[in-house]
Design a protein around this ligand. Sequence first.
Ligand code: HEM
Length: 363
Amino acid sequence: RALRPFHGPHQSGVLGDPLPAATIVAFDLTVTGRSGLTTLLQTLTTTIRSLTAGGISPSPGITDTAGTGILGPAAPARALESVVALGTGVFTDAFGLTTAKPRHLRAMDTFANDQLDPAWCGGDVLLTLQGHDRDVVTNALREVCRATRGAMQIRWKQDGFTSAPRPTGHPRNLLGFKDGIAGPSPTDDKQMNSLVWVDAGEPAWAAGGSYYVMRRIRMLVEFWDRVSTSEQERMFGRRKDTGAPLTGGAENSLPDYGNDPNGNAIPLDSHIRLANPRTPKTAKSQFLRRAYSYDAGVDSVGNLDMGLMFGAFNADLDRQFVTVQKRLADEPLVDYITPVGGGYFFALPGVRNTTDFYGSALF
Ligand code: HEM
């Protein structure tokens, strides 16, 4: 698909569905003071803007690579989508931003079944870059790091990917199921305004932004691969081959709970039924899912270390993600997945034009 433009009321990587190559990187700020933070956000803007425009990236003057860029000259134009988001640590006295904090922003909650590793949690800045090509994404991250060295330091980093749709439709996650089927539509402005972009209860500068939840969820794949397909399907509530709900239809069909009140077809404790029971009361807890698979090699006892970088954009963190995550507590799937990291962030409003920069309305 054609990639979204850099400039606009919202950042390009929020509504764009996941692309084959992504990197998700959390940074800690090393910069101090308000003016240092402003300069960092301006540098991030000029760097990502120019990487998105393609061509030759500007030399930050650290090394003499002007004209060649880190991974060679002439990055392709419009090959990158991005999201820059801030963690709660930015909204402190140190930057004069205490009163600017989005209402719900805080350190990530620990939920039932979480086994969080602090080294994989939190961060002051979350950068998500995605594109069709791994090398474009890697090059972009290195240019960002080069331009911002001295102002922020990588805290954790996880590359992600999406599979090609097989045979058609949505990509499959590493448990083998089609993922990202149900949910609000990015082309429906009314839904985006009520479910993704923050509402008027937030500080004015935040308009056009969104709460961005990132969860690093390990999958215990060796264990999963010994479970029968029908049992796997009952845990999710959809078919593994076609992606269709177990109440019938095709991949894009919605589950028909009205005709399955006792959960004979789709168990009451299945993933999709708990996550979205589709009652009038729960409609407002839907959010925009943006997930990538990850493969982190092998753990210390020889098991595959892989899983899902689960991303979610929310107008209201507590009404949406937190509510849904609590409904999923102790779902049967928890025996096969373990959240190990992540954080709550605020995806900044879009950069509107060539003179604007990330978070400009904060200052
Ligand atoms: C739906 C997998 C974690 C919320 C689905 C579906 C699959 C899936 C296969 C059905 C297809 C679809 O509609 O996209 C997974 C896996 C996870 C995971 C493998 C972890 C490794 C989560 C978490 C949340 C969540 C942490 C929220 C807290 C949802 C929602 C739906 C969904 C809201 C759509 C339900 C509907 O509207 O019918 N997930 N998921 N998932 N999942 Fe997950």
